[in-house]
Write a protein that binds this ligand. Structure first.
Ligand SMILES: Nc1nc2c(c(=O)[nH]1)N[C@H]1C(S)=C(S)[C@@H](COP(=O)(O)O)O[C@H]1N2
Ligand SMILES: [Mo]
Length: 235
């Protein structure tokens, strides 16, 4: 019984020593965490991850953005994986000088970004920050021939759509390589998607391969030839 009590006392003493040790140690540890201590700042910036550009942004200048994952995958042949070794963006048809751009040659043009909403006829819409170059910058480089009034867009999956040439020349229509600050993933149209602002989703051609200038304003693309309105006004 006594033995037991003694042991208990010793245990208590040991515990007190441990507690005292911890207490005496605390202010020392605390010192290295006082605000303004440069060591803390340095160690913190070293340990916190450096932000890489592949992180999707969720708001822009106070505006909440939708997500790259808010799209319904409904492409006519599913996601396309474009072979970038052979990829070219071609400007053809009624132009002075047909041009074939590589991906990097397209990106050498002035960059533009804007928050724009895509509306699909299926009833969903997504607002994102789009970044790209202007369609008219490429067309001006190729030189629009008199008589051209329609731009026909072709894609890797065989999809086509068209827009009045005036619509492209009178507006800042973006050919996007990024959405929400990340490079378009294959399912979202890599390398390029046309941001057909104020037009319904079926004008937003993905996996863009060619812009052909034509004098046929009645050209009908994939969905247009299946009954969808050729104006495709989203407003
Ligand atoms: N090449 C190609 N582009 C396309 C399509 C397609 O099937 N093929 N679908 C269109 C439609 S109907 C919409 S709504 C938008 C967005 O489609 P997503 O949700 O499949 O990205 O892409 C458009 N661009
Ligand atoms: Mo759509």
């Amino acid at each position: 019984m006594l033995e037991t009590l003694k042991q208990y006392k010793v245990k208590l003493m040991n515990r007190n020593i441990v507690i005292m040790f911890i207490l005496s140690g605390l202010p020392v540890i605390g010192c290295s965490y006082t605000p303004g201590n440069t060591n803390k700042q340095a160690s913190k910036s070293q340990s916190s991850a450096k932000e890489l550009k592949s992180v999707e942004i969720k708001d822009y200048q106070g505006e909440k953005l939708g997500s790259i994952n808010d799209f319904r995958e409904n492409s006519i042949k599913g996601p396309q994986h474009v072979d970038m070794n052979t990829y070219k963006l071609k400007i053809t048809g009624l132009v002075e000088k047909p041009i074939e751009y590589t991906y990097n040659e397209v990106l050498k043009h002035q960059h533009y970004s804007k928050v724009i909403t895509i509306h699909c006829v299926e009833g969903w819409s997504v607002t994102l920050l789009w970044e790209g170059i202007l369609a008219k910058d490429l067309l001006n480089e190729a030189g629009v021939k008199p008589g051209a009034n329609t731009a026909i867009f072709h894609a890797y999956d065989g999809y086509t759509t068209s827009l009045p040439l005036d619509f492209i020349m009178d507006n800042d229509i973006i050919i996007a390589y990024k959405m929400n600050d990340i490079t378009l993933p294959p399912e979202r149209g890599f390398p390029f998607e046309l941001v057909a602002e104020d037009k319904l989703g079926y004008k937003w051609i993905k996996w863009l391969t060619e812009i052909e200038l034509s004098d046929n304003p009645d050209y009908k693309g994939y969905w247009e030839s299946r009954g969808y309105n050729n104006d495709a006004d989203a407003k």
